[in-house]
Write a protein that binds this ligand. Structure first.
Ligand SMILES: [Ca+2]
Ligand SMILES: [Ca+2]
Length: 345
């Protein structure tokens, strides 16, 4: 009986233990899930609680641009609608047009320290280039264009030579009664001083939007000549250690067209002799430009000759002599005795 009782007790206690453990297990598991939920919920509420002031808003903000991004992509499909091709700017030639009064960070002397370049324009008439070198931040370089009545100015950062370990800041100004000047700033080898080069001429953009002034490190400088009348001619330039350096052997004349799309030439008012040339510029004999026919200026070295196209499409060289350093003579005569010449003031 005793052993039965003992066994029954053991059995009962085992059952109780089993039941308790089952209950405990259920309780603990439900507690755990509650705890998990509780643990999650506080986290969530904590997050949302924290999110209200901080994390949520940035998260939402970053999400909004993400949804906007496809929207901003849409304009990217618009450029092809324009008539002109997009200029190709190689990655290895740095180029940056400066907005007026907006500093641009750029390491222009390749010393690993960011420099700050600003095209400062005050009252739309006082133009200053301001360069703060990262190597000498307490000593900003400034150069204010000295001429008065400046009515137009542009400024860009350009890498003329990929291998010279620096870049240039280049400006073009137009001021009092159509006078012009281009300037270039270059950090010297010492990494501290900046040299300024000046050149007579102005720089024109190469794209229709007027945003790109240089390609492959080179840019067009335009200047005035009195050859065949007051004309605008241009040549490719880049900046070397000596300053502005011509890249082409000759200057090209700007071509002008009337409303019908016909090129405007210069009319001969007297017969005169020219030298026909082939594609290489080699002489091919003489020809006579007849009174009443037009010549179309093509190129000149600005001092001794010009190449022109004749009405029949052939090309001819006209030897030029500049008398008094400016007055063009052709075949020993002032050009206005042979051609209908228009001089600007
Ligand atoms: Ca630098
Ligand atoms: Ca360079």
């Amino acid at each position: 009986m005793k052993t039965r009782k003992i066994l029954a007790l053991i059995l009962a206690s085992l059952l109780i233990i089993g039941a308790v453990s089952v209950l405990a297990a259920c309780g603990s598991s439900s507690k755990d899930t509650n705890a998990d939920a509780a643990a999650q919920q506080p986290e969530n509420t904590q997050q949302t609680g924290d999110e209200t002031p901080q994390p949520t808003e940035p998260a939402q903000q970053t999400e909004v641009p993400e949804t906007e991004a496809p929207g901003t992509e849409a304009p990217e499909t618009e450029p092809p609608e324009t008539d002109y091709p997009e200029p190709v700017i190689p990655d290895d030639y740095y180029y940056q047009l400066l907005e007026k009064n907006v500093p641009v960070k750029c390491d222009i002397d390749f010393d690993g320290l960011e420099d700050e370049i600003t095209f400062v324009v005050e009252n739309d008439e006082v133009y200053t280039v301001r360069i703060v070198l990262g190597s000498d931040p307490g000593n900003p370089y400034t150069d204010t264009f000295p001429e008065e009545d400046v009515y137009y100015g542009i400024c860009f950062i350009n890498d003329s030579d990929r291998y010279d370990g620096r870049m240039e800041v280049i400006c073009s100004y137009e001021f009092s009664s159509d006078d012009v000047e281009a300037r270039a700033y270059r950090v010297n080898e010492d990494g501290r001083t900046i040299e300024c080069f000046a050149k007579y001429g102005y720089i024109e953009p190469i794209d229709d939007d007027g945003l790109i002034y240089a390609r492959d490190g080179q840019f067009y400088v335009y200047c005035r000549t009195e050859i065949f009348g007051t004309n605008s001619v241009y040549n490719l330039f880049q900046i070397t250690e000596d300053g502005f350096e011509e890249q082409g052997a000759a200057y090209y004349f700007n071509e002008y067209y009337d409303d019908d799309g016909t090129q405007i030439g210069v009319c001969a008012i007297s017969d005169f002799t020219v030298i026909l040339v082939d594609d290489n510029g080699d002489p091919q004999g003489e020809a006579t430009v007849r009174e009443g026919s037009d010549i179309y200026p093509v190129e000149t070295d600005l001092e001794s000759y010009a190449i022109v196209r004749l009405e029949d499409g052939s090309y001819a060289r006209i030897d030029i002599e500049l008398v008094d350093d400016w007055h063009p003579y052709i075949n020993g005569q002032p050009q206005e005795e042979l051609l209908s010449i228009i001089y600007a003031d």
